[in-house]
Design a protein around this ligand. Structure first.
Ligand code: CA
Length: 228
């Protein structure tokens, strides 16, 4: 697995590089945003460790955003010196997959690198895709075959949950537990109603496309691109 480290503090960059190499990774380190952008655009990297505070024309968050705009979906762990909620949110919204607040222990970085590399690469930054259905968790938009679909916030949450578990049977209980908060008094019938709403928006208006929501009678539902 190849990792790119983008960090202007030479000592930290070298320490991360050395540490990850000892764990068996192939590691390249660059020390400024411009090199970071050009190296990071190489899709052969399996992961990028990116410092948020970089000198030069763009900072780490902007660099990450640019990579995502260029459809580079390499997982990114952002290093941030500030631990404020605003910074974390900004980092994640820029398309980073995880962040680590400095100073951090190398063991934690290594654990997060491992965890990210285990994730299936279904997401491009903040976007999730199943077939030609795409959901963007950053600006809460959904489109299918390039056509925008308007969803209520509950429908969006429900679809988001399905899209993170493509091909998996989702029971009504799972939906109740993951999509509604624990204070909500939800009956299984309500789930059927919401599934109906979703079908009316993501499947029915697209008669030329195979339906994505499937009922698994007696078990629950499944979101899946039909096999051809
Ligand atoms: Ca820095």
């Amino acid at each position: 697995m190849r990792i790119l480290v983008i960090e202007d503090e030479l000592k930290i960059a070298q320490a991360i590089k050395k540490g990850l190499e000892l764990k068996g990774f192939a590691v390249d380190a660059v020390y400024d945003a411009d090199s970071g952008l050009s190296y990071g655009s190489d899709p052969d990297y399996d992961l990028i460790v990116l410092d948020r505070m970089l000198p030069g024309s763009i900072d780490g968050a902007e660099l990450c955003q640019k990579l995502r705009q260029n459809n580079i979906n390499t997982p990114v762990i952002m290093l941030t010196a500030k631990g404020t909620i605003g910074d974390k949110v900004e980092g994640l919204n820029s398309g980073a997959d995880d962040y680590l607040v400095k100073p951090f222990s190398f063991d934690e970085l290594n654990a997060r690198v491992r965890a990210l590399l285990r994730r299936p690469h279904l997401t491009v930054g903040t976007k999730v895709k199943v077939g030609n259905l795409e959901l963007d968790t950053n600006n809460y938009t959904v489109n299918r075959a390039g056509q925008e679909i308007k969803l209520s916030s509950k429908e969006f949450s429900l679809l988001e949950y399905f899209m993170h578990h493509p091909g998996q049977v989702i029971t009504k209980d799972m939906i109740i537990n993951h999509v509604w908060d624990q204070d909500a008094d939800i009956l299984p019938n309500t789930i059927e109603v919401y599934i109906g709403y979703l079908r009316n928006k993501i499947d029915r208006p697209f008669p030329k496309e195979a339906p994505l929501i499937h009922t698994m009678r007696g078990f629950g539902y499944k979101l899946e691109e039909a096999k051809k």
